[in-house]
Design a protein. Structure first.
Lengths: 213, 213
């Protein structure tokens, strides 16, 4: 045990920053934000993107309704105020993860430009990759994996996006997936082609520095 | 582009779970929860623990007042209800990180057994390592790095733990650091000796399996 220092509180030279984490993980961290109707294929595509990135050795984390509404946002409902707070907290968590070096994948309907802009403002435009899963509502309703469209049509769900609440088409999406006419594999490929150069890196001669490929 | 599948929504064999992330990172994820008075040395010790773990190749993330109150919890005050919600959200974020394979370090006064138990319940007792930084209030007040004790004594801060609000001694701490009489280095060493066996792993002959050392 070394000498006690009751009154002296050392200031650390340098706390660990995002770059230290990125270097450890040998990746650049970004947030992939999937937006689109319920049943559009967001989660299916995002899960497959995550699986491929993981197989390539990237550390990823996926936030969706399942892990967020059951945890950090389990005290939020679906009022306009709560929907905004839902997205705000998700974006803050995504930002924390990104600052920790993690490639973070978010899957949320986020039906308005205001909500998507809120997320983008929190995360920062340079790190926010907006991916619009553009599937016609008729296709989503026909799939109706969770039976939510049927419920909404019967009036059992109020303000259900695509049935009795609007979905504003994203005007600033970085990637648009026409998932009604493209295969899942095609969508995944398109996302990866766009994302890979943004999260990869090449170590340079100069110590502790790296550039995006 | 492969054949479109408008109506078929594939179910994935297996989503990425915590173990996949732990294997990628070659570590077991845990939550290190530092509790103690303001000025007790929580952040100093925790930052140093993080730095050492990072140098050893572990992926860590540190949550403290600075990054949490400025972000995810920027709409919370210091009422009893808000303090509880503060800890609840932090614990949920820590759980998410842990499920993503990250060794997560939390530094919060968390002055009551109820608050610490809340965090433990959310994170799960097997993954929650409670570290009590036990520094006498006189030492903390003498340090008063942030000038908060002086403010509290002048009545400018209400319900300041250690001055005009109680700190309940943890009864279930996994590690107790007598930081008033131990050096910072000694505290860091004690934490690492306890934590290292819990986050390390040895790969076995059997593919995709590993055990704690």
């Amino acid at each position: 045990m070394s000498k006690p220092d009751n009154n002296i509180f050392p200031i650390h030279d340098k706390l660990l920053d995002r770059r230290s984490k990125e270097q450890l993980l040998q990746q650049r961290s970004k947030v992939l934000w999937f937006t689109g109707l319920s049943g559009s294929g967001k989660s299916t595509i995002a899960n497959e993107v995550e699986r491929v990135l993981h197989q390539m050795g990237h550390l990823t984390m996926l936030l969706d309704g399942d892990n967020v509404r059951a945890g950090i946002n389990n005290n939020l409902g679906f009022s306009e105020e709560d929907r905004k707070e839902n997205i705000r907290r998700i974006a803050e968590v995504a930002k924390l993860l990104m600052q920790g070096g993690v490639v973070t994948i978010c899957c949320f309907v986020s039906p308005s430009e205001e909500l998507r802009q809120l997320a983008k403002d929190i995360i920062g435009k340079d790190d926010f990759i907006e991916i619009y899963v553009n599937t016609p509502v008729e296709v989503c309703e026909q799939r109706d994996v969770k039976g939510l469209y049927a419920k909404a049509r019967r009036g059992e769900i109020k303000d259900f996006t695509g049935v009795n609440a609007p979905f504003e088409e994203p005007v600033n999406a970085d990637i648009v997936l026409q998932s009604g006419i493209m295969s899942i594999d095609g969508c995944v490929k398109l996302v990866l082609e766009n994302v890979m150069p943004k999260i990869g890196y090449v170590k340079t001669e100069k110590k502790d520095d790296f550039f995006v490929i």
